[in-house]
Design a protein around this ligand. Structure first.
Ligand code: MG
Length: 225
């Protein structure tokens, strides 16, 4: 993976208007703000398929309901674009995401950084609006570290990064060391499967805990000033 930021992503970053002295929360969407896995499983069911979560991998584990036979490895790459196109608008929010983000927005700036195709950005924006989470959305592809580092180039206040994927957390920690990274695992099954990278301190399973942690860190920052 290289450090080149897709042009669409970099244009979206340019259109942000950040206050470098106010805390910033950069949150993933799928599995953090929206119930991605539940939505994806519903979508698979409509195709008479299911995701076998017995092993710690999401790709290559799609099986037929009829005979439990796995479908070819490239099925995931074919199904995901169709899923994002048809289902992004309909995904249900994660419990407490809306009210906790609303509380946090009193002191912090919030950005949603999501790895979905740029052409599906509008659906994501609409779904967030419909669920009263009208925050700036940046779409990306690839690891999120270079993007977070670009967004935060001039930031002086604390930056929080929330994601369910260890690779993104590691990438952000590498490219923007100051980030306070939170590994967020709200689905009990994924929580059992996913390891947290050793350099990531926080592993949380609900938004109330996230709100608490961020408030504590902001308080600490304000007292230091
Ligand atoms: Mg995610």
């Amino acid at each position: 993976m290289n450090n080149i930021i897709p042009i669409e992503t970099s244009n979206q970053i340019d259109s942000l208007n950040l206050n470098i002295n106010q805390p910033l929360i950069i949150s993933d969407a799928d599995e953090v703000i929206f119930l991605f896995l539940k939505g994806f499983e519903k979508f698979l069911k409509s195709k008479k398929l299911y995701l076998d979560l017995a092993k710690a991998r999401l790709t290559g584990n799609i099986k037929k309901i009829s005979d439990n036979e796995p479908v070819p490895d490239d099925t995931m790459t074919k199904l995901l674009p169709e899923f994002f196109l048809k289902e992004t608008k309909k995904l249900e929010p994660v419990i407490n995401a809306q009210n906790c983000l609303k509380n946090l927005s009193k002191k912090s700036q919030i950005i949603v950084l999501t790895n979905i195709p740029y052409k599906d950005r509008k659906s994501r924006v609409e779904a967030l609006k419909r669920n009263n989470m009208n925050y700036p959305v940046i779409t990306n592809s690839g690891l999120k570290g270079p993007v977070v580092s670009k967004i935060c180039e001039k930031m002086r206040a604390p930056v929080f990064f929330i994601d369910d994927l260890g690779q993104n957390l590691e990438s952000v920690k590498k490219e923007y060391k100051k980030a306070i990274c939170i590994h967020f695992l709200q689905d009990e099954r994924l929580e059992k499967l996913m390891m947290t990278p050793s350099n990531i301190k926080h592993r949380l399973t609900n938004w109330l805990e996230v709100e608490n942690l961020i408030n504590q860190e902001i308080l600490f920052y304000e007292n230091k000033k």
